[in-house]
Design a protein around this ligand. Structure first.
Ligand code: HEM
Length: 208
C-alpha cells in the first residue's frame, strides 16, 4: 500500500478533471451539469480501482510504480474538491441563502449532503501523515465507507437524472447509470473471486 500523496499525481488528476470539464462544455453540457459530472467520474474511478486490482492481481503486481493503487488517494481528494465546487455553485444559484436552502432541502439532495460530509472525513484521512497516525487497519475500516458515499451519491444522481419532472434525460444521465452498474458488477465479481480463493485455500489445507 502506498500512503504518500504524490504531487505529480495530484497535478495529473487536476488537469484531467479540467480536461473532462472542458470536453463536456465543448460537447454542449452546461457548467452546472459538467462540474458534478466530473465529480461523479472521479468517484467512479476511485471505487473501480479496488475491485479491479482484486480481479487482475497478477497484472497489477508487474505494473510499475505501484499502479494503480497509488492513484486512489489523489482521485478521492479531487472528487471531494470538485463536489464542494458543485455544492457552492448550487448555493450561488440560491443567492447564498444557505440556511433557507438547507432547511427546504429535499431527500435527494440531503443524501448528497450526508455523502459529502463523509467524503470530507475520508479526504481528511487520505493524507500519508494521517494514515500513519491512525494506523492502516483503522484507515481500511474507515475507507470501506467509500461505498456508502457512492450509493448515497448514486441516489442523488439518479434522482436528478431520471426522476425530475419535466427534465428530459440525455447521454450524460445514461452514462451515470452505466458507471453505477459497472461498480456493482465489479464489486460482485471481486467478492466471488475472494470466495473462490478462500474455497481453494480450504481444499488445499484439507489435501495437506
Ligand atoms: C457528494 C458529491 C456530489 C456529487 C458527485 C453530485 C453529483 C450531481 C450530479 C451528477 C448531478 C446531476 C446534474 C445534471 O442535472 O446533469 C447533480 C445535481 C444536483 N446536485 Fe449534486 N452532487 C453532489 C453533492 C451535492 C450536494 C451536497 C448538494 C446540495 C447542496 C447537491 C445539489 C444538487 C442540485 C441542486 C442539483 C441539480 C443541479 C442542476 O440541475 O443545476 N449536490 N449532482
Amino acid at each position: 500500500m502506498d500512503i504518500r500523496n504524490n504531487f505529480a499525481y495530484h497535478l495529473i488528476v487536476a488537469l484531467g478533471s479540467f480536461g473532462l470539464f472542458f470536453a463536456l462544455r465543448l460537447s454542449g453540457i452546461e457548467s452546472h451539469r459538467a462540474l458534478p459530472a466530473v465529480a461523479f467520474t472521479l468517484l467512479f474511478l476511485t471505487l473501480a480501482i479496488g475491485p479491479l486490482m482484486r480481479l487482475w492481481k497478477p497484472a497489477v503486481n508487474v505494473l510499475p510504480w505501484n499502479l494503480p493503487w497509488s492513484w486512489r488517494g489523489e482521485l478521492g481528494i479531487w472528487f471531494a474538491i470538485v463536489s464542494i465546487a458543485h455544492m457552492l455553485l448550487v448555493f450561488k444559484g440560491a443567492q447564498w441563502d444557505v440556511f433557507e436552502y438547507l432547511s427546504a432541502m429535499r431527500v435527494g439532495n440531503l443524501v448528497a449532503f450526508i455523502a459529502l460530509f463523509w467524503a470530507l472525513i475520508l479526504t481528511a484521512t487520505s493524507f500519508g501523515s494521517v494514515i500513519k497516525f491512525i494506523g492502516v487497519s483503522s484507515w481500511r475500516w474507515l475507507h470501506s465507507f467509500a461505498y456508502v458515499v457512492f450509493y448515497l451519491v448514486g441516489i442523488h444522481v439518479l434522482n436528478h437524472a431520471f426522476f425530475r419532472p419535466g427534465r428530459p434525460s440525455d447521454w450524460l444521465d445514461w452514462s451515470y447509470l452505466v458507471m453505477m452498474l459497472t461498480i456493482v458488477c465489479l464489486q460482485l465479481a471481486a467478492f466471488l473471486i475472494t470466495v473462490k480463493e478462500y474455497r481453494k485455500s480450504l481444499a488445499k489445507k484439507d489435501g495437506d
